[in-house]
Write a protein that binds this ligand. Structure first.
Ligand code: GLY
Length: 580
């Protein structure tokens, strides 16, 4: 769509309240957001914008922008602050991906700070004597933990592209850990829901619960002195404050005392990597997203390429026809994901083929526009024929023309549930994102093949998709989401809602979502897809499953006429868009 019409739709931000917020989880989240003083209103500002899943992280990052810092400075500050205020997914014990679009020089770069498997990791490490996957070990034991990448990744971003001192970026996080913060209801609910799992780790119990084992209640102050000390070491010594010395020793000791295989050498060897983003073009808009070891960018571009052959805008937002075509495109992309995707430093991923328009046209031919193709009749395609050669997302934009899309995670909410004794931070269980046994599903129901098998120093496949859309050379949209396998389709729909359906950014974020991942063969929907539409889809042969809300897309729209519009996702009660 053209920007003149897009702009018309964006003039009245109050329109955001007209979206069909008829699904209960969102209604609750929206009212909770208001109670906690947050904003689900698309803010329009011209100096900068921060949208994160936690008010305090948005506030401290906004302060950095107000002092003249750039989007990278603010993003790194938010990343460390979330590690304190939102232990379920904000982290220093996990990893992620940061996509940066810079104004000078004009370039888009991707920082891969995904965890790596320890050197001693091997293909069959999660199989029991009978050859079956032992998911207790792959998800909740010390073997489930990949070497954390977050600290190295955030510091690399700051060193290469930031302007503020490391100490400034870490100061708010240290203060929040040392002096504490007042916990919101979401914090309490989250920790109460995982109490049994977390309290198996003595350090998790003493860090996140009161002496009597109960969770901190809304309105109470929560302090983390051990995490504050760990953050101070990072502030003072940089990456050495985490990957060498006291913190590395504490982490290696935690592993050695609990049958883990991660060593001090694995920790000191960790390196983030600068990668070239995956790039696609959809109806004249340039799409930038994460390359392997994430599958996100490839499949967003692949699905968009397939859908480009249909007049989606005229079929209507979330109409049965639109959802049918989206589901058919998603199935085919996720079938390819299961076969081809893995760490491209270890296996050859046919990126060029998968994101080519020719391959999309081939896949489109296999789609019946009125009938669902059963997933068992779909297998991975042959993209090489065209080969020419619980997570959290935040978005930041500054007045200098830079934007940052960052998604990082410890995999499950609260990761492995294991806290490093003496260091006060939770560890990821990202090793479960490898394919422990080809053909056997992981926690997200995703199957994988040899390309994503376990090997020492390899990075496990991700779905994280921090994404940036540019139009006529200018940043237009900054987006991404948590949600495991649903990350790709959530991010896709925010992009389509803006480009195909002309929704304003808050509408695009709020709108009910759908998801298909090939296996299981069903369209997962949120509340808010009309019963008539569901019936039409069923009559086309689709199975529909209504489940809880998907994703939390903290997004920014940059109005080509001027101004930043931030949309906090009401699916998270602490989400917060703050502009200046
Ligand atoms: N742990 C979820 C992902 O990286 O996709």
């Amino acid at each position: 769509m053209h920007h003149s019409s897009l702009r018309l739709l964006l003039v009245n931000s109050a329109k955001a309240f007209l979206v069909p917020l008829c699904f209960s989880s969102v209604v609750f989240a929206q009212s909770a957001a208001i109670l906690e003083g947050d904003s689900a209103i698309p803010l329009q500002n011209s100096q900068g914008m921060v949208v994160t899943s936690h008010t305090l992280a948005s506030t401290v990052a906004r302060e950095v922008l107000a002092e003249g810092g750039n989007a990278i400075d603010a993003a790194v500050t938010a990343g460390f602050a979330l590690a304190v205020t939102q232990p379920r997914s904000g982290n220093i014990g996990g990893g992620g991906f940061m996509l940066i679009s810079r104004s000078t020089p004009d370039e888009v770069v991707a920082i891969d700070y995904r965890e790596t498997a320890p050197a001693k990791a091997h293909r069959d490490m999660f199989l029991d004597e009978s050859g079956a996957v032992d998911s207790q070990r792959s998800r909740f034991s010390h073997l489930s933990v990949g070497v954390p990448g977050t600290v190295a990744g955030l510091l690399m971003a700051l060193d290469k592209y930031g302007t503020i001192r490391r100490e400034r970026a870490l100061a708010p996080a240290i203060k929040l850990a040392e002096e504490g913060f007042i916990v919101p209801p979401r914090f309490t609910k989250g920790l109460e829901s995982v109490k049994d799992r977390l309290q198996k780790s003595p350090a998790s119990r003493s860090t996140f619960y009161k002496f009597d084992g109960s969770a901190y209640q809304p309105g109470e102050r929560f302090i983390q002195p051990e995490l504050a000390a760990t953050l101070k070491r990072i502030s003072e010594q940089g990456r050495d404050g985490f990957y060498l010395g006291e913190t590395a020793r504490l982490l290696a000791e935690e592993m050695a005392a609990n049958d883990g295989i991660m060593t001090e050498e694995d920790i000191s060897n960790y390196q983030p990597k600068i990668r070239k983003p995956v790039q696609g073009n959809y109806r004249g808009y340039n799409i930038y997203s994460m390359p392997p070891p994430s599958s996100g960018g490839i499949h967003i571009v692949q699905i968009l390429n397939i859908l480009e052959g249909y007049p989606i805008g005229s079929f209507g937002h979330n109409s049965a026809k639109t959802i049918h075509l989206m589901a058919e495109a998603m199935k085919r992309a996720y079938a390819d994901r299961a076969t081809y995707l893995g760490d491209s430093d270890f296996v050859k991923v046919p990126v060029t083929g998968l994101i080519s328009k020719e391959y999309a046209a081939e896949l489109r031919k296999s789609i019946n526009t009125t009938r669902a193709t059963p997933s068992q009749e779909i297998s991975a395609g042959l993209p090489s024929a065209y080969e020419s050669n619980e997570t959290t997302h935040f978005s930041v934009a500054d007045k200098y023309g830079n934007v940052v899309a960052n998604t990082y995670t410890i995999n499950f909410s609260y990761g492995s549930g294991i806290t490093v004794k003496g260091a006060g931070f939770l560890l990821n269980n990202q090793m479960d994102d490898f394919s422990a046994k080809p053909g056997t599903a992981n926690a997200y129901g995703l199957t994988g093949a040899e390309a994503n098998s376990i090997a020492g120093n390899k990075r496990m496949l991700s779905s994280m998709s921090p994404s940036i859309v540019k139009y006529q050379g200018k940043n237009l949209l900054v987006t991404g989401s948590p949600g495991g396998s649903r990350i790709i389709t959530t991010t896709l729909q925010v992009i389509m809602n803006v480009i195909d359906h002309g929704l304003n950014i808050q509408e695009a974020v709020n709108a009910p979502r759908i998801h298909h991942q090939w296996l299981p063969d069903s369209i997962r929907i949120e509340q808010g897809i009309s019963p008539d539409t569901q019936q039409l889809l069923e009559s086309m042969g689709h199975k529909i499953e209504l489940k809880s809300a998907m994703g939390a897309s903290q997004s920014i729209y940059i109005d080509p006429m001027g101004g930043f519009q931030g949309a906090a996702d009401p699916r998270r009660s602490t989400s917060s868009a703050q502009g200046l």
